[in-house]
Write a new protein. Structure first.
Length: 385
């Protein structure tokens, strides 16, 4: 019976993967775009791989689009895959309650006229190329790393070489593209922002850490290699055991993935709303995130509340924050243990870390990032003139 169920599951996964690849390959062409800059920019369309709820990438697109609407641009969002329009609107509101711009049906992707069309993922590039407008590419991560080396890896990597005007969210994507690809089109970057109005500093007495015998750690977990879900669990379980031998209890609260994702050594809280996240951060003593590719919003949220953050040295955190804003650990759980013990015994270091990270976060905003993006748009028009 078990073998039968495994076989059925395998066939189901293969069918889904084949259908997905067939849909993408039906749109693929490797001809470079001939980008002709518009003489004015009024209408902008973002091309998305569906509108998913609880998605940081989709939220960033909605924030950028909303900021551009506030600046007077006409903004549309369109999925290149069929998805119920009302479901898309509902999911968009979950990601950003008061988003601005129009979500249009996927059937209109090639019919509407745009001054600018913006791909938002590697697979959306092949559809954005066929839509009207000056072709841009909002690069939120180095997506070849989402796949083992093979056809998906190469199809993703190829999108950076197709002539679209790229705008990287942060400098790391730009660095990786220029290092690994043959680029002959423009590639700019904008500052990775965070929204201060949603996450605020929660008062903490770090000095109490020195005498505490019970701690809670909030661990962001996703079932994708770039977030190291199994490595994190191994490190956390090993840390928990070593702290127990010191008479310290570590309560582990995983979150970010579906409830049926099995987590070792702690409780899986599932996907949380913004209010639930604030409550979790308030009741936690440490937070842990694995940013192995481009950083997500999660480290920003944790730091904004004053929650001491643990990140991986092998990741990209150092590309986005000044030195001294987090506890950086290697993959070795012994290193993690030694650093946790050090900061528990030296709580003033946590306060210094909080002060440094808050000072940096105060320099960030979506308004600033949107202004940077608008400057890029204005440069496109000036170069054409």
């Amino acid at each position: 019976m078990l073998n039968y169920l495994r076989r059925v599951n395998y066939i189901r996964k293969q069918k889904i993967q084949k259908e997905s690849m067939s849909a993408i390959l039906s749109a693929v062409d490797f001809k470079k775009v001939e980008n002709i800059a518009p003489n004015k920019i009024e209408t902008i369309m973002f091309v998305l791989p569906g509108m998913m709820a609880y998605s940081g990438g989709h939220t960033s697109v909605l924030r950028l689009g909303t900021s551009l609407v506030k600046k007077g641009y006409n903004v549309r969002y369109v999925s290149f895959v069929p998805q119920d329009l009302e479901e898309q609107k509902k999911n968009a509101e979950i990601n950003l309650k008061e988003y601005k711009g129009e979500i249009i049906d996927h059937s209109k992707i090639f019919d509407v006229k745009n001054d600018i069309v913006i791909a938002t993922s590697w697979d959306s590039v092949y559809y954005a190329k066929k839509a009207s407008g000056y072709k841009m590419y909002f690069v939120q991560d180095y997506e070849p790393f989402f796949h083992m080396y093979g056809e998906m890896f190469l199809l993703a990597q190829k999108t950076y070489e197709l002539g679209l005007h790229m705008v990287s969210l942060g400098q790391w994507n730009k660095y990786m593209i220029e290092k690994n690809c043959e680029v002959d089109s423009s590639i700019d970057f904008i500052t990775f922002p965070y929204e201060a109005s949603e996450y605020y500093e929660i008062p903490r007495n770090y000095l109490e850490y020195k005498n505490k015998k019970e701690f809670t750690i909030a661990v962001y977990i996703k079932d994708t290699g770039k977030r190291a879900p199994y490595l994190l669990q191994h490190m956390i379980v090993s840390l928990k055991e070593k702290l127990k031998s010191d008479g310290i209890t570590l309560n582990v609260k995983y979150y970010g993935e579906k409830l049926d994702f099995k987590c070792e050594g702690g409780e899986n809280l599932g996907k949380l709303s913004k209010s639930q996240l604030l409550e979790l951060y308030q009741n936690s003593d440490f937070g842990m995130v694995a940013s192995l590719t481009n950083i997500s919003l999660v480290p920003y949220e944790m730091l904004a509340t004053g929650l001491p953050l643990i990140e991986l040295e092998e990741g990209t955190f150092k590309y986005f924050f000044p030195e001294g804003c987090s506890i950086l650990t290697s993959f070795d759980f012994n290193d993690l243990y030694e650093k946790i013990k050090y900061y528990i015994e030296n709580p003033n270091k946590l306060k210094n870390m909080r002060d440094k990270s808050i000072a940096y976060l105060d320099t960030l905003s979506w308004e600033k990032t949107a202004n940077e993006f608008e400057s890029i748009l204005n440069k496109i028009i000036k170069e054409e003139a």
